[in-house]
Design a binder for this molecule. Structure first.
Ligand SMILES: [Zn+2]
Length: 319
């Protein structure tokens, strides 16, 4: 094994959950040769205290968590208050926000390649609490949500009265060429088999349809600065750790035509990394300094300007 034994050892003061582990080959090329990239602890407060390893494939360069909890075991690592699964804002509030920040949201959607007044069919994969789904519904899109967690899906159905499904892709209720747009906001990195999900997304899109994917970028200044304290690692919930070229490679392998990868500024992620680093031994003064808004905003602007931001987005097309 290329990873050290501590990657799956719990600290003595923490209770060790029953976890079924799996050792996997590269999720992109199937290669078995890899190098240890980094080891880090589950950052969730008061959780398992387990350490995990991220390895890098020697053939294609994809970084992935290995060994990792099996699909059955991974739910033990999601706290019940996991943020994306939180309660969506009330309908009135979303309407208010849409009205108040309309111009900014319009620019945001335009940069994402989404029409403001959508007429198409949109699937939000990993829809979480459903706030994005609700906003797009109010803008005219015919939306469907999909999430592995039953609780937020139930809230979307009951509270927002919007269609949502429990599960992942492939899903028996979703059929070929039935969507014009599929969105995956910070979802792909959570999957045990991201390539299979992308291939199914390709099948679900109508010809000319587009897939919009946003994931953390491990080829970022923030990862180089913070290493195991980087906010975007989030082990073991993040199973694949994309760089721009590995994200593009996987999308092409799934059959998509791709646009250039775009960097996204996330000052809040830098502050999250700085807070995590501050809780570790010897964080260093400059890392602590990035907990403040102004330095983190300047640093995230610099990372974005030099194409080393810690979040990225790409639009892919079904030809
Ligand atoms: Zn590989």
């Amino acid at each position: 094994m290329v990873y050290s034994a501590r990657s799956v050892l719990a600290t003595s003061e923490c209770e060790r959950p029953k976890v079924e582990w799996e050792d996997v080959a590269c999720l992109l090329c199937g290669g078995g040769q890899r190098n240890l990239l980094v080891e880090a602890r589950d950052p969730t407060p008061d959780r398992t205290g387990l350490w995990f390893a991220v390895v890098q494939c020697q053939d294609c360069g994809l970084c992935y968590t290995n060994p990792r909890p099996s699909p059955v075991s991974i739910s033990a690592f999601y706290p019940t208050d996991y943020r994306p699964h939180g309660t969506p804002p009330k309908n009135k509030k979303v309407q208010g926000v849409t009205k108040r920040f309309g111009r900014w949201l319009r620019g945001l959607d335009s940069r994402r390649g989404l029409a403001w007044h959508g007429q198409g069919r949109l699937l939000d994969f990993g829809c979480g609490g459903g706030s994005f789904l609700e906003r797009l519904h109010l803008q005219g899109w015919k939306v469907t949500g999909l999430d592995v967690s039953p609780l937020p899906v139930d809230r979307i159905r009951q509270g927002l009265n919007l269609p949502a499904l429990v599960g992942t892709l492939p899903h028996p209720a979703l059929h070929k060429s039935s969507f014009d747009v599929i969105t995956m906001w910070q979802a792909l990195e959570h999957l045990h088999d991201p390539l299979a999900v992308l291939r199914e997304a390709h099948r679900l899109l109508a010809p000319g349809g587009k897939l919009i994917v946003s994931v953390p970028n491990i080829d970022s200044l923030a990862f180089r600065w913070f290493g195991p304290a980087w906010f975007g690692l989030d082990l073991p919930r993040h199973l694949t750790h994309f760089a721009p070229w590995t994200l593009q490679l996987m999308l092409v392998r799934a059959g998509f035509e791709i646009e250039p990868v775009r960097m996204i500024r996330r000052g809040s992620w830098l502050r999250g990394s700085a807070r995590l680093a501050a809780s570790m031994p010897n964080p260093g003064r400059w890392r602590r300094c990035l907990q403040s808004r102004l330095p983190s905003s300047l640093a995230s602007w610099f990372a974005w300007r030099t194409r080393q931001a810690d979040c990225m987005m790409v639009t892919a097309h079904r030809a």
